[in-house]
Design a protein around this ligand. Sequence first.
Ligand code: MSP
Length: 549
Amino acid sequence: HPHHPTIPHPPPAPAPPPKPSESFYFTTPIYYGKDTPDLGHVYTTTVADVLARYHRLKGDDTFFLTGVDEHAAKVSDKAAEHGLTPQQWADQNAAAFRETFDKLDLQYDDFVRTSSDHHKTKVTQYVTALLASGDVYPGEYEGWYDAGQEEYIPENKAKANDYKSEVNGKPLVKKAEKNYFFKLSAYRDQLLAHYDAHYDFVQPDARRNEIVNRIKEANDVPISRTGSGGWGIPVPGDEEQTIYVWIDALFNYLTYVDTDDRRHYWQSGATHLIAKDILWFHAGIWPAILLALQKCEGYGWVNLPKQVYAHSYWVSESGEKMSKSLGNFLDPAAIDNYVEEFGLDALRYFLATRGPLSTTDSTFSPDLFIEVYNSDLANTFGNSASRVSNMIGKYFDGLAGKTPDSSRPQRLPEMVSEFAKIVSRQNLPHVALESISRAALQVVQSVDGYIEETAPFKLAKNPEKLDEVAGILTVSQEALRIASVLLWPFIPHKVEHFWRRIGCGHYAEQLADRGRGKLGKWVEWGQLEPGTPIEKGDPLFPRYQVPKK
Ligand code: MSP
């Protein structure tokens, strides 16, 4: 239809409006503090940040937690290599993680350190309660032990190597050791019933199936170890044993909100964002521990999380999982380079919209990054914003006009309102990030289509048509304002800049310092005041020219 702007179909049936006072609690894994962060860590924390910002924008009471996991043997080993105490090494890396996250303006509400006193005290209390209830009990662990590596080797691996060490070839020894166990087997049925009753508890679906199958076979699991050299949390009443680092780490989600002013976040149901590598701990062991704790005196308030969402991996162009140990991932310096070249928001946008949220891995390639930057940011939002403000500048001295009267029906406003309503109402606590950014871009694209169709730059040559031109530009400006609100969680800094240019600086003020916004109101059509000065300015996202080789 050459005479109609391209109007995308709005997404299907709107969800019911959310309950007014719901709280949201987003967590990321706490990353091993054995080294500086890499882009994999930044990824999950960025996804959580976009979700947290989206909920703050909606006005929801939101808590977002990230941090580091410090009591790992990898931390104390690395510390020894560097001639430092584990605590010194952990301090250094915790600071590096915070620095990277802060530079990227990831607005977490607290930063976990498992070596903190609060965390250690709470974990000790939980384990004391579990010992008293009998869900944690002393037992013996028996297995094939590689003495040189100080490590137990699982039966199948031991057998495959003829019961010899893979490292030094010496025979493995059968070793038995005192250990504390958690009675996971006692919770199999309750967990299966929970997965059944709460279909979304583990997502995506493929991950859900994985867990259901594994829990059916689950045995009790050891939750302590010896020989940690004092690095870790002692088992209450048995100083020789240290709480296994995974159990210590999982508890972070609870310890950091186990205070009077934060407990309601736990009760509203946590959303745990993780990658698929650590699904078993989060969707199998962790909820079972919570069920066990819930039965203990004083812990009746401990409910299960709302969801465990396990995304996939960023992989390199050759298809390997990206990680620091494989030497193929972006370290803090490489992250800085991207930010310097393209800006913070471009990196956020790329990670959030092209990342491995589903069950498919995503390739991180510089070429794709540039393509997305140019197509979604420079040529779409950035370009429309300049185009409209330039015309308002040129024809109307930079003053926004009056929204045209409704006697001439306009499809653009109708479509935009419909989109905006859906996005602002839909309860998207989880991972519908792509649908939000796509809705916003579609709004921008329809503005472009609308301008092409109506050609205000041609009409403006005829003084009698200036009213019409004013109408077209106001409608366009208004649609862009609404798109920008939807884009804020992804590209907050550029959007705030844009808001200041169009007389909406107060939105940003309201959202500063984790303030709560008014998404529902801000996406209502017709809020641009006539006569508002619309500033022109540098392009929000200058087009990136690939340097010639
Ligand atoms: N310390 C544990 C987690 C304890 S949570 C109670 C741990 N740490 S980790 O440093 O290995 O971080 C793993 C997490 O980092 C993944 O679950 C994922 O969130 C993120 N990622 C690390 N590499 C990644 C990719 N290549 N791609 C996607 N996510 C990445 O496990």
